[in-house]
Design a protein around this ligand. Structure first.
Ligand code: AMP
Ligand code: GLY
Length: 427
């Protein structure tokens, strides 16, 4: 590598993804100084945290300058869409995470759909609407099930997979009626894809890319994939439904064409392209792009990397990604999200959490946690912890993660009991 690794890094964000990033960056052989803004209670246990919100762009740039960090890694989509990477570039600070034009691939589902269709990348057929009557006519023409999506960012709540026409019509009326403000002034109505989902995280630097280990999220709140969608209730890696043959197909039909299409559009993309893929009977099809690491995918992908994370992300930022040959550990990883009772609707905050001493292969990744006035660890969000275990088999990783979930004490803790079940019980 031409440029020496940075000795200090700022991670932006406050969730489980960022806790996982901070842990892995700290484990780098060069032992960098890692700081975080704003962070959470778990991150604060291992790295200095600064109370600057992830959407305070000026504050974050000032922090990066003031703390003289040599590298910034941006976790969530919000600051990416707000142009944090642009501002850091302007200040001469190297950054991993796309500029605002690249972040559009997540921040506008219509922008992405148009790009996918233009470049012939497999995706569901869709219509784009900004007024109710034509949208309802299209819904009736296509029939249920059908998927209604707000164009813009909506905290993971902007998608309705409608099983009936009535449900679809309600979603159309609500979204175009302003349910998500300007995020839903335009909507996408797309055919419902059927199959198993997988998350493909790709480190991208211009036309170079490195595909990270596969994973699968569990988006619904309830066991057996029931109830409302959430930010993600648990993950495991690898997702063996993605056989080597399917992965090769995903690379040739989706990953490479996507990376090339983004470059052809004149977007200089440096960051994670997270491709949500449905494995349909007709082949893999793109559900969405995100322009950041997944949460809770990161919690299971990073512990499986043999390759140093700092080296990988720095190589992407320096245009050296072509020299990286990714090494992956054979272990399985599984993450169970412990949520506050009531999530994804309303839930209490401030409940005391007690975490016992756990085996080395179990990591309690913090998401929505804080310290109260007396220093107790307390809940501070819907998704509270990501209890992540590794093991030589998925069953062993699951057993270890669930034993830890049982042992952790917290009033009203809720978690799915079937993370990984699809792969564990596949025949
Ligand atoms: P998103 O908020 O874009 O991550 O989408 C949330 C979830 O909606 C996805 O993870 C899928 O489970 C589901 N979804 C989105 N688009 C489709 C589609 N065209 N067909 C079936 N399910 C979909
Ligand atoms: N786990 C899904 C996401 O990060 O959007």
């Amino acid at each position: 590598m031409v440029k020496p690794l940075p000795s200090s890094v700022l991670v932006v964000g406050a969730g489980g993804r960022e806790h996982a990033l901070v842990r892995s960056l700290l484990a780098s052989s060069i032992q960098p100084r890692v700081i975080c803004a704003p962070g959470n209670a778990g991150i604060a246990d291992i790295a200095p945290c600064f109370p600057i919100a992830a959407d305070d762009i000026a504050g974050l740039v000032a922090l990066a300058k003031g703390e003289q960090v040599g590298f910034v890694v941006i976790g969530p989509e919000g600051p990416l869409a707000l142009g944090l990477a642009n501002q850091l570039h302007a200040a001469g600070i190297p950054v991993y995470g796309p500029k605002a034009d690249g972040a559009q691939l997540e921040a506008s589902k219509i922008f992405t759909k148009q790009l996918l269709l233009k470049y012939g990348i497999p995706t569901a057929p869709a219509g784009i609407y900004d007024s109710i009557d034509p949208a309802l006519a299209y819904v009736r023409e296509r029939g249920a099930p059908i998927v209604i999506k707000a164009d813009g960012l909506a905290a993971g709540k902007g998608v309705t997979v409608a099983q009936t026409l009535t449900e679809a019509e309600t979603a159309v009326r609500e979204m175009l009626g302003g349910k998500f403000g300007s995020s839903s002034s335009q909507i996408l109505i797309e055919d419902c894809l059927v199959g198993e989902e997988t998350s493909i995280l790709v480190v991208v630097s211009g036309r170079d890319y490195v595909i990270l280990p596969t994973s699968q999220d569990h988006k619904r709140i309830g066991d057996g994939d029931t109830g409302p969608n959430t930010g993600g209730m648990g993950t495991y890696s690898p997702a063996e439904v993605v056989t080597p043959k399917i992965l090769a197909q995903i690379e040739s039909e989706i990953v490479k064409p996507s990376v090339d299409a983004i470059a052809d559009e004149g977007i200089e993309f440096c960051g994670t392209l997270f491709i949500g893929i449905m494995l349909t009977p007709k082949g893999p099809s793109v559900i969405e792009y995100n322009t950041r690491f997944g949460d809770p995918e990161t919690q299971v992908v990073l512990p499986r990397l043999e390759t140093d994370l700092l080296t990988l992300l720095w190589a992407a930022t320096c245009g050296e990604l072509g020299h990286i040959k990714l090494a992956v550990k054979p272990d399985y990883a599984l993450c169970v999200v412990v949520a506050a009772q009531g999530y994804p609707e309303s839930y209490p905050k401030g409940d005391v959490i007690s975490i016992p001493i756990l085996p080395d292969h179990v990591a309690v990744i913090h998401a929505g946690t804080a310290r109260n006035a007396t220093g107790d660890l307390v809940t501070n969000g819907g998704r509270v912890l990501g209890v992540t275990a590794t093991g030589p088999t998925l069953a062993q990783a699951a057993a270890a993660a669930y034993a830890a979930c049982e042992a952790i004490q917290c009033r009203g803790k809720y978690y799915r009991r079937d993370i990984g079940a699809r792969q564990l019980h596949r025949t």
